[in-house]
Design a protein around this ligand. Structure first.
Ligand code: SF4
Length: 413
C-alpha cells in the first residue's frame, strides 16, 4: 500500500515554496517591480533586471486548492458575477485578489505593475488577465504564440523571439530598470540544469515497482513555475533526483506491492492528491506518471528533452513555448502517450475529463479510443475539476477506477 512519508526533498520543497511567496511580498513592499505571468511565460527574462519579481496566479490557485480553500474562493468570484463554468484557477484568483488576498495560504500575491499572458494554452487566460487590466488599470502584454500541430518552425521561433525583445523593452520602460542579458543567460542556464535533474527524477517511474507516484511529480512541479531561472531550483531538483535514485537503490518505493501501473492524463486534482493516492495504494495501484508533468521541457509529441543547448537563451525560451499539452493536437498527444506507455510499461490510463480545462480535455475521447483500440491498453474516463471540488465525486471516480483495475486483470488472463 502506498504510504505518505515526508521525504527530505518534500520538507525542502515546503520551505522553498513558503519562502518564495513571502520573499515576493517583502520585495514588493520594498519597491520591486511586480509582474504577474501565465505559467509558460519565460520567467528568466525578469532575472535580467535588478529588481523585477514575478508571480504566477495559476500556481497560486493550485496551492489554494491543495490547501482546501479552492471552493470558498471560487464562490467569492461567483458572488461577484463570474460564471461557475470559467476555469477554477481564474475564479480562485479573482475571488482571492478582489478580496485583498482573502483566504490565501500564502498571503495572496503582491499587486502587479504589469500582466503578461500568452494565447497558446487557452484564450481564457488572456481574458482573465484582461479583467485586472480593466479593473486595476494595469498594462497587459499578450504573447501571441503560433498554434502547434507539429514541431515548431524556425519562423515561428523568430516571431516569438521578437515578442520577447518587445517584452524586455516594455519592462525597461515601465520599471525604469536596465536589462542585463548576462543575468538572463545565467538564469536560463539554471533552468536548463534544473530540467535535466527533473527528468532524472521522473525516470524513477520506470523502475518496477515505480520509485515515484505521479502525485509526487505534481507537488514537486510547483517551483518550476514559481522559481524558474534560480540556482535554488536547479539545486532542489538535483537534491530531489539524487534522493529518489538513492531510495530506489535501497528498495524504498511508494507502492512496494505495485500491481497496477497507471498513467494520468490532465492537470492534477489538487484537492484530492493525498486521498486519491492513498485509496489507490490500498488497491496496490499506483499512478506512476502523468502527461501533465512528463511534458515539461519535452519535444512536441515526445518524452525526449528538447535540445536547448545549441540555442541562445531567447531562442531556447521561444522553443519551449510549445512544451505543454494544451496546444497539442491529437497526433502529438497520441505519440507522446504511446512512448510513455511503452517506456514505463503502463497497464492502464486514467483520462481525467477536467470541467475547468476544456483545452486539455477536448480531445480525450478520441485519445482514449486510440489508446484502447490501437495500443490495446485499458482506459477509463473520470470527471474532475482540478481546483473546484464541487465538480468531483470521489465515489463515482473510484467506481470507474476500480472497473479499470478489473479490466486490467481481465486483459492479463
Ligand atoms: S483553462 Fe486550462 S490552460 Fe486555461 S487557465 Fe485554466 S487550467 Fe490553464
Amino acid at each position: 500500500m502506498a504510504q505518505f512519508v515526508k521525504t527530505d526533498s518534500g520538507k525542502r520543497l515546503t520551505r522553498l515554496i513558503t519562502n518564495g511567496y513571502m520573499d515576493n511580498i517583502v520585495k514588493a513592499q520594498q519597491g520591486a517591480f511586480v509582474v504577474w505571468i501565465a505559467i509558460i511565460v519565460p520567467a528568466e527574462i525578469f532575472a535580467g533586471f535588478d529588481n523585477v519579481i514575478y508571480c504566477v496566479p495559476e500556481s497560486h490557485s493550485a496551492l489554494c486548492a491543495g490547501k482546501g480553500v479552492g471552493v470558498s474562493l471560487c464562490e467569492k468570484a461567483e458572488n461577484l458575477g463570474y460564471s461557475m463554468d470559467l476555469c477554477s484557477y481564474a475564479r480562485i484568483d479573482m475571488g482571492c485578489h478582489f478580496n485583498q488576498g482573502a483566504d490565501s495560504p500564502a498571503g495572496g500575491l503582491p499587486k502587479p505593475d504589469l500582466l503578461v499572458s500568452n494565447n497558446n494554452n487557452c484564450t481564457l487566460l488572456a481574458k482573465w488577465f484582461d479583467v485586472y487590466h480593466r479593473e486595476w488599470d494595469i498594462p497587459h502584454f499578450i504573447l501571441d504564440i503560433p498554434f502547434c500541430y507539429e514541431s515548431q518552425k524556425q519562423r515561428d521561433m523568430e516571431y516569438i523571439v521578437s515578442q520577447f525583445q518587445d517584452l524586455i523593452q516594455t519592462v525597461e520602460k515601465l520599471s525604469g530598470q536596465k536589462f542585463n542579458p548576462e543575468k538572463m543567460a545565467q538564469a536560463w542556464e539554471n533552468s536548463v540544469e534544473a530540467n535535466k535533474h527533473w527528468r532524472r527524477f521522473l525516470a524513477a517511474a520506470k523502475n518496477k515497482p515505480s520509485g515515484i507516484t505521479a502525485f509526487d511529480s505534481f507537488v514537486q512541479m510547483a517551483p518550476t513555475l514559481t522559481m524558474r531561472g534560480t540556482p535554488e531550483l536547479a539545486e532542489h531538483y538535483r537534491f530531489l533526483a539524487d534522493e529518489t535514485e538513492a531510495r530506489v537503490d535501497q528498495g524504498i518505493v511508494p507502492a512496494p506491492n505495485e500491481k497496477y501501473r497507471l498513467l494520468w492524463d490532465n492537470i492534477a486534482p489538487w484537492h484530492q492528491l493525498r486521498k486519491m493516492s492513498s485509496r489507490l495504494g490500498a488497491l496496490d495501484a499506483n499512478i506512476i506518471s502523468a502527461s501533465y508533468t512528463y511534458c515539461l521541457g519535452s519535444r512536441e509529441g515526445s518524452l525526449d528533452l528538447l535540445d536547448l543547448e545549441s540555442l541562445s537563451p531567447l531562442e531556447g525560451m521561444a522553443r519551449l513555448q510549445n512544451f505543454s499539452i494544451c496546444p497539442h493536437g491529437l497526433q502529438l498527444r497520441g505519440r507522446a502517450m504511446k512512448q510513455a506507455i511503452e517506456e514505463m510499461d503502463i497497464d492502464g490510463v486514467v483520462f481525467a475529463s477536467n470541467r475547468s480545462c476544456k483545452v486539455y480535455s477536448l480531445m480525450q475521447m478520441d485519445q482514449q479510443r486510440y489508446v484502447q483500440e490501437e495500443l490495446g491498453v485499458p482506459t477509463v474516463m473520470i470527471d474532475v475539476d482540478h481546483a473546484d471540488e464541487r465538480k468531483y465525486s470521489e465515489e463515482t471516480a473510484f467506481v470507474r477506477m476500480e472497473a479499470l483495475l478489473e479490466s486490467i486483470d481481465e486483459a492479463r488472463r
